[in-house]
Design a protein around this ligand. Structure first.
Ligand SMILES: Nc1ncnc2c1ncn2[C@@H]1O[C@H](COP(=O)(O)OP(=O)(O)OP(=O)(O)O)[C@@H](O)[C@H]1O
Length: 384
């Protein structure tokens, strides 16, 4: 079965399970993959209907199924995601004034993949993003880009390789007019322009905001607008600096899921690199996590600061005291129990199973408010 047909099956299963919100977003992704303006128009009309009948889930499901049947008649050829779009080899950057040094960083960036760039403040995340985006020159090392088509001008490059900074510029006029302006710059005819823009507005959850101005949008919606503007130009690489910074926890998850889904497009897969302080949320969606500390880079799968990878590391928030927790673990191969001010970190020999830790805590009736296995999370670098 083709990748596109698999995606349609997934959409059906979301609707079958009444997971309508997510199903609808995935339906829009499949519709966008057709690049067919008639399909777009059907999806736009359905979105308009949906916004006017917010409580009619049954009606939405049956109408979505009609669009799904139409999508099943379309043929969508997958784009190749073989080979990296960026190859960075031993990239370094030294700032004369502050003396900060980044790297060396070597990494292959592939389309359809999400890369989470994490690290404490001032560790070089923005610097690395700007180097990869060709906004800043590296001091040494090499960068190689392989785009779908040859890049003729700097304007072309800026469409394919997009960097969205933390703070974006003010714009004037309505959200929709600003998006239409993007496509008119590419000479897209008025009717198609309107259709493509409305489809993008629908996909990014901006339907009820399309007539609003910059000053009338919250920071989260400004970010969504920037994403819409960028996506209309069919980028191959998107570099986002702290896109989650102004979003509440729920909105962070929605934006990340949307980004993941959009970047996994069958016809236009995108390589996405995003920096964030929201470690847990980013790790959940990333294919690879890049952790920077004092400009030094480590792959999450590699060991760091001499740690051994064959350890079970558990983060525990508990109101019980250290002696009680220690006693609970007396029959387990615990190596150390550290209190870092907020939480306990328990390090066990690598062959210890997490369920045994849970069992020991339960048997000793330890009060646990939070527990997480961080053995393979970059969280272990932050808390230690
Ligand atoms: N133009 C510059 N000249 C000199 N030093 C700089 C310059 N830009 C950044 N730095 C220094 O480089 C280091 C890394 O900065 P960078 O902004 O890349 O970090 P970051 O991880 O993105 O930080 P944050 O999470 O706070 O945004 C910092 O110590 C900063 O002071």
């Amino acid at each position: 079965m083709s990748l596109y047909l698999q995606r349609l099956e997934e959409v059906k299963s979301f609707f079958d399970n009444k997971d309508t919100v997510l199903g609808y977003r995935k339906l829009m992704d499949c519709a966008m993959d057709t690049q067919d303006m008639d399909v777009y128009k059907k999806m736009i009309a359905l979105t308009d209907w949906k916004e006017q009948h917010v409580n009619n889930e049954t009606g939405l499901i049956s109408r979505s199924m009609e669009v799904l049947s139409l999508l099943q008649t379309k043929k969508v050829e997958p784009a190749s995601t073989q080979g990296p779009v960026i190859t960075a080899s031993d990239i370094t950057k030294t700032y004369g004034r502050s003396g900060f040094q980044l790297g060396p960083v070597s990494i292959d960036i592939k389309k359809g993949h999400i890369y989470g760039l994490v690290g404490e403040n001032g560790n070089g995340k923005t610097t690395l993003l700007r180097i990869l985006a060709r906004e800043l020159n590296n001091t040494s090392g090499s960068l190689n880009y392989v785009f779908k088509e040859d890049i003729a001008s700097d304007y072309d490059l800026r469409a394919k390789l997009v960097y969205i900074p933390q703070r974006t510029a003010t714009w004037y006029g309505s959200l929709k007019d600003n998006l239409k302006f993007v496509l008119s710059n590419y000479g897209v005819a008025p009717e198609e322009n309107e259709t493509r823009v409305l489809m993008m507005i629908a996909r990014l959850g901006l339907w009820n905001y399309k007539q609003l101005k910059w000053s009338e949008l919250s920071s989260g919606y400004k970010m969504r607008f920037e994403l819409a503007r960028t996506l209309l130009r069919k980028p191959e690489v998107m570099l986002l600096d702290e896109p989650l910074a102004n979003l509440d926890v729920l909105a962070q998850q929605v934006v990340l899921e949307d980004l993941k889904s959009i970047c996994n497009s069958v016809v236009n897969p995108i390589a996405l690199i995003l920096s964030s302080q929201q470690l847990y949320e980013v790790e959940k969606v990333s294919d690879k996590v890049i952790y920077l500390k004092n400009g030094q880079y480590t792959d999450n799968n590699a060991s760091f600061k001499g740690e051994t990878l064959d350890q079970l590391i558990i983060e525990i928030d508990s109101t019980s005291d250290r002696e009680a927790i220690k006693k609970a673990f007396e029959n387990l191969p615990i190596e150390k129990l550290v209190y870092n001010g907020g939480v306990y970190l328990a390090y066990f020999a690598g062959d210890t199973q997490f369920y045994r830790v849970l069992y020991a805590l339960g048997a000793a009736q330890i009060e646990v408010t939070y527990i997480r296995n961080i053995s393979s999370s970059t969280r272990r670098f932050f808390v230690s």
